[in-house]
Design a protein around this ligand. Structure first.
Ligand code: NOJ
Length: 531
C-alpha cells in the first residue's frame, strides 16, 4: 500500500487497499511452531508478525487451518467454521487477527468450496443415508456402468492420479477431482451455497480482510458429466486448455462467484482472490467481472521459463487478461503447489541470482503481488528422501510423482542446526536440510547483501517511490534475450537480461539492481530498476 502522497485518486480509496498490495502466503504448517509438535500453528504466526512487518508486506494469506484429518494437509476440510487443534483454536485465530491489524497487516484466509473432507458430517451422513437421499444430493454420487455397476460413471482422472471416482459399499460412486478423502460438493444444491455464505459471514464477522478461493474454476460440473474425449490431449499440469477438459471452468461456476461477491459486498473493504488455473485470457477475465471476484491469480509467471521472451509473453497475457476491467493483474512466482523458483531457474547460485532478477521484474509491475513464505530467504526446493514424503500425490501416483513436499519444508529462522528455531521439537513434520544454516532469517537480517535485505529494500522502494505510480506500461526495444519496460505514470524502468552476456544499461539513475553491475553494462541473469 503506497504512501498517501504518491497515491493516484483511485488507489486512495482505502477500501480498495488490495489493488496494489503485496500479499505474503503463510503455509501455516511450515511457518512457525509455537507448541513444540513440529507443525506450524496460529500462535507461531503471531510470534513472527514483527518479522513480516519488517519485511514490508501488506497482507497475509493463511492456508487452511480448519478442522481437518489432513489427508491433503488441510485442503480436506471437516468443519470450515472451526480451527483444527493442530493449529490452535478460535481464540488463537482472534488473537492473530487483532495483532496482525496492530502491525498494519491485513489477514486473508483460504476457502475450499469445491469439496469437503470425507470426515465432514455431511459426507458421513451421505454414506449412511444411501442412494437417492437428500444427504447424497449434497455431493456428486452416481451409479456405475457395466452389468454390475463396477465401471466408474465417466472417465475423469483425479488431479492427484487415478480415477476421480471411488465406489462406496452400496455400489454407488462419488466424484473427487482431488483425493478420495476430498469428495466434490454438488453446487446445484442450495444447501451447499447457503453453507458457504454462512462460512463467509462467520469469518468476516471475526474480522478477516478477505479470502483466497481454492479451485475457483472447479465448483460447477457440466450437465450429464460427459466423458473427456479420449482423443484429446488434456496437457500436463494444472494450467491447461480447459475448453477440452469438462472438469474445470464450466460456466455455472460464475454464479458461485456472484454469490460470494454479494456476501463480501456486505462488508466494505474486504476482498476475494480466486485460484484460477485458466489459460485462455478471455475465459480468465470472466472470473473478475465487476460482480465476481476482486482478483484472480494469474499463474503465467509461474509457467514462464527464465527467458526474456517467455517472461514478456507471460506479462503481456496477464495484463491483457484484465485490460478494460476494473481489476488489477496479479503476479506470483511461487506457492505451495509448485517448485520454488530458485530451483525452477536452475538452483544453486545461478538459480538464486535469477530469482533475484525475477523478483525485481515482478515487483516493478503494476498490480498485486503474492509472495510465498521463504522466497524472501531464497529457499530452494528440498530433495526429500522417500520416507519423508507426505503429499497425497506421492501415494496416489504409486510413488511415481514426488508431489509438492519439496516446497513446503518448514522455514529456517535462526541457529546452526535443524529445526532452526522453527520449533522446540527436535524433528519437524518435513525434515529441514542442514545446509539451510546459511539461509536463516537471523543470518540474513544483518547482511546487506542477503536475499532478505534485497526483498526488504525492493519492497520499501515499491511502497514509497513515486516511480511506481500508474497502471500502464510500455515496452522498449531491447537486445535479444532482454527486455525493458517503463511504468507510464511514474516512469520506473525495469530491464531484464537473460541473454547469457552483458548488454548496455538503458539510461537512467539505478534505483536497485538484482546483482552487481558491470560499469555501464547489465550482466546476464540480472535485472535493474532505473528512474
Ligand atoms: C489447490 C490447493 O492450492 C492445493 O494445495 C490443493 O491440494 C488443491 N487445491 C485441492 O484443494
Amino acid at each position: 500500500m503506497r504512501r498517501s502522497s504518491d497515491l493516484q485518486p483511485e488507489i486512495a480509496d482505502e477500501s480498495a487497499w488490495w489493488r496494489d498490495a503485496v500479499f505474503y502466503q503463510v503455509y501455516v504448517r511450515s511457518f512457525a511452531d509455537s507448541n513444540g509438535d513440529g507443525v506450524g500453528d496460529l500462535d507461531g504466526i503471531r510470534s513472527r508478525l514483527g518479522y513480516l512487518e519488517l519485511l514490508g508486506v501488506d497482507a497475509l494469506w493463511l492456508t487452511p487451518f480448519f478442522t481437518s484429518p489432513m489427508a491433503d494437509h488441510g485442503y480436506d476440510v471437516a468443519d470450515p467454521r472451526d480451527v483444527d487443534p493442530l493449529f490452535g483454536d478460535l481464540a488463537a485465530f482472534d488473537r492473530l487477527v487483532a495483532e496482525a491489524h496492530e502491525h498494519n497487516l491485513k489477514v486473508t484466509i483460504d476457502l475450499v468450496p469445491n469439496h469437503t473432507s470425507d470426515r465432514h458430517q455431511w459426507f458421513q451422513a451421505a454414506l449412511r443415508a444411501g442412494p437417492g437421499s437428500v444427504e447424497r444430493d449434497r455431493y456428486v454420487f452416481r451409479d456405475g456402468g457395466g452389468f454390475d455397476g463396477s465401471v466408474p460413471p465417466n472417465n475423469w482422472p483425479s488431479q492427484f492420479g487415478g480415477p476421480a471416482w471411488t465406489r462406496v459399499p452400496d455400489g454407488q460412486w462419488y466424484l473427487h477431482l482431488f483425493a478420495p478423502e476430498q469428495p466434490d460438493l454438488n453446487w446445484d444444491n442450495h444447501e451447499v451455497s447457503a453453507d458457504l455464505a454462512r462460512t463467509l459471514r462467520f469469518w468476516l464477522d471475526r474480522g478477516v480482510d478477505g479470502f483466497r478461493i481454492d479451485v475457483a474454476h472447479g465448483m460447477a460440473k457440466p450437465y450429464g458429466l460427459p466423458n473427456i474425449d479420449p482423443r484429446t490431449e488434456i496437457g500436463a499440469g494444472v494450467m491447461h486448455d480447459n475448453s477440452v477438459d469438462p472438469r474445470f471452468d464450466n460456466d455455472g461456476v460464475h454464479e458461485v462467484h456472484r454469490m460470494i461477491r454479494k456476501v463480501i459486498d456486505e462488508y466494505p473493504g474486504r476482498m476475494a482472490v480466486g485460484e484460477v488455473w485458466v489459460k485462455d485470457d478471455e475465459r480468465f477475465a470472466k472470473y473478475v467481472r465487476p460482480d465476481e471476484l476482486h482478483l484472480g491469480f494469474n499463474f503465467r509467471l509461474v509457467e514462464a521459463s527464465f527467458d526474456a521472451d517467455s517472461v514478456r509473453a507471460a506479462i503481456e497475457h496477464s495484463l491483457g487478461a484484465v485490460r478494460g476491467l476494473d481489476t488489477p493483474p496479479t503476479w506470483t512466482l511461487s506457492n505451495h503447489d509448485v517448485t520454488r523458483h530458485v530451483t525452477r531457474y536452475g538452483g544453486g547460485a545461478v538459480g538464486a541470482q535469477r530469482a533475484r532478477a525475477m523478483t525485481l521484474v515482478e515487483l516493478a509491475l503494476p498490480g498485486v503481488v503474492y509472495l510465498y513464505n521463504g522466497e524472501e530467504l531464497g529457499l530452494p526446493d528440498v530433495e526429500l528422501p522417500d520416507w519423508a514424503l507426505q503429499d497425497p500425490i506421492w501415494l496416489r501416483s504409486r510413488h511415481t510423482l514426488r508431489g509438492r513436499d519439496g516446497c513446503r519444508v518448514p522455514l529456517p529462522w535462526e541457529g546452526d542446526t535443524p529445526p532452526f528455531g522453527f520449533s522446540q521439537a527436535p524433528t519437524t513434520w518435513l525434515p529441514q536440510p542442514n545446509e539451510w544454516a546459511g539461509l536463516t532469517a537471523e543470518s540474513q537480517l544483518e547482511d546487506p547483501e542477503s536475499m532478505l535485505s534485497f526483498y526488504r529494500h525492493a519492497l520499501e522502494l515499491r511502497k514509497s517511490h513515486s516511480a511506481f505510480n500508474g497502471d500502464d506500461l510500455e515496452w522498449y526495444g531491447a537486445p535479444p534475450g532482454c527486455f525493458a519496460f517503463r511504468r507510464k505514470g511514474g516512469g520506473l524502468i525495469c530491464a531484464l537480461n537473460t541473454s547469457g552476456g552483458p548488454v548496455p544499461l538503458p539510461p537512467g539513475e539505478v534505483l536497485l539492481a538484482s546483482g552487481p553491475m558491470d560499469g555501464n553494462q547489465l550482466p546476464s541473469d540480472t535485472a535493474v530498476w532505473l528512474a
